[in-house]
Design a protein around this ligand. Structure first.
Ligand code: NDP
Length: 339
């Protein structure tokens, strides 16, 4: 066993979209687990859009990273050494390892994986993104059979969960995705009734016309993953008593593409006129629902009733490139890094 580890740190705060020089690959001595801790060799690392927010020094729902900190992230891996009763060498576990080849973590923040499904699913369909779609749709979407749901970033782990659950509940599902290939995956793999390539539309008006055609009865649930041009396109199509669970705004994470101020009044007026229920939510308020989520969705994933797609980058050193690409839509499914 090597006595060295590597990690990716925040080298500087990005201006707009992140670039390679915002990250630094560092090596150091392998840490020793303390009492009640476990040393993990990371095999898969999750890359998620929320990490972009952690790189800024701005008030948010979670603390910012400091320069030099290891990039935040969930990993899965093998236990190399355990000083905790409940874990043994060779166990497969998941926890917040950060972007690193190894991590020592207290046993209390780790979850053991049983091997019934590939371990990497704990980062996507059966992990935080899957839970986000499951909790948010049921709690804030209030889906009803016969209604229409629209979701952006539809082939990602959150959007694909939302789409598949809504479809199974009898809703008409409309995917917004970037490119023809993603649109094909949305309908063929994830069962969306229609898919619209947002790259094929230069402005909100054109995108709106396409959505109106795909959603002839209007939109009852707009699941907000993206914001940007999509929110401008969808809002006027919302039905009375429609719901908008606000999950993320990935189009705005880089600080660009912010809607001009003079468009906001019309948007907010639509919320009033249509008595919309708009609810922001953050998944860490819902961790207590994880066991229920796993009991419901786990068997469906095992049985192939819920599909998932993973985009696997190879090597920790390639994590920044994969992350940068993901924020621009370069990922085909849940972005993970295999170490
Ligand atoms: P994805 O794997 O779907 O990756 C992000 C996707 O966003 C890209 O692939 C791209 O898809 C889309 N995208 C990026 N820029 C634009 C743009 N300008 N216009 C339209 N689409 C764009 O991400 P996740 O499924 O992991 O996350 C989806 C959303 O959910 C994110 O906003 C994330 O922050 C949020 N989230 C929120 C949580 C919460 O607690 N509230 C928890 C987890 C996730 P495409 O090429 O198809 O457009």
């Amino acid at each position: 066993m090597s006595d060295q580890m590597s990690r990716i740190t925040l080298a500087r705060r990005p201006e707009g979209a992140p670039v390679q020089d915002d990250f630094k690959l560092e090596t150091g001595a392998l840490p020793e687990p303390g009492k009640g801790e476990v040393l993990i060799e990371v095999t898969h690392l999750s890359l998620d859009p929320y990490m972009r927010g952690r790189m800024d020094d701005a008030k948010s729902y979670a603390e910012s990273l400091e320069i030099g900190d290891t990039m935040t992230g969930q990993g899965v891996g093998r236990v190399l050494k355990s000083n905790a009763d409940d874990f043994a060498e060779g166990d497969t576990v998941t926890g917040m390892t950060g972007w690193a080849s190894h991590a020592t973590l207290p046993a209390s923040v780790l979850r053991k994986l049983d091997g019934s499904v590939p371990a990497s699913t704990a980062l996507g369909v059966l992990g935080m993104p899957g839970l986000t779609g499951w909790v948010g749709l049921h709690k804030y979407g209030n889906p009803k059979a016969g209604e229409t749901l629209v979701v952006g970033a539809a082939t990602g782990p959150v959007g694909s969960m939302v789409g598949q659950l809504a479809k199974s509940l009898g809703l008409r599902t409309v995917a917004i995705a970037g490119g023809e290939e993603k649109c094909r995956i949305a309908t063929e793999t994830f069962g969306f009734d229609a898919a619209i390539d947002h790259h094929a539309h230069d402005d909100a008006k054109s995108l709106r016309a396409a959505i109106a055609e795909a959603a002839p009865d209007g939109v009852d649930i707009y699941w907000e993953n993206v914001a940007g041009q999509l929110i401008e396109a969808v809002l006027p199509l919302m039905n009375v008593h429609g719901r908008i669970p606000i999950c993320g705004m990935v189009a705005w994470y880089g600080g660009d593409n912010i809607a001009e101020e003079n468009q906001l009044p019309a948007m907010w007026r639509s919320i009033l006129v249509n008595r919309l229920q708009v609810t922001g939510f953050i998944i860490f308020d819902h961790w207590d629902e994880f066991p229920e989520f796993l009991a419901d969705v786990g068997p469906k994933v095992e049985a192939g009733e819920i599909s998932y797609l993973e985009d696997v980058a190879e090597g920790l050193e390639n994590a920044p490139e994969a992350f940068i690409a993901m924020l621009k839509g370069g990922n085909m499914g849940k972005q993970v890094v295999k170490l």
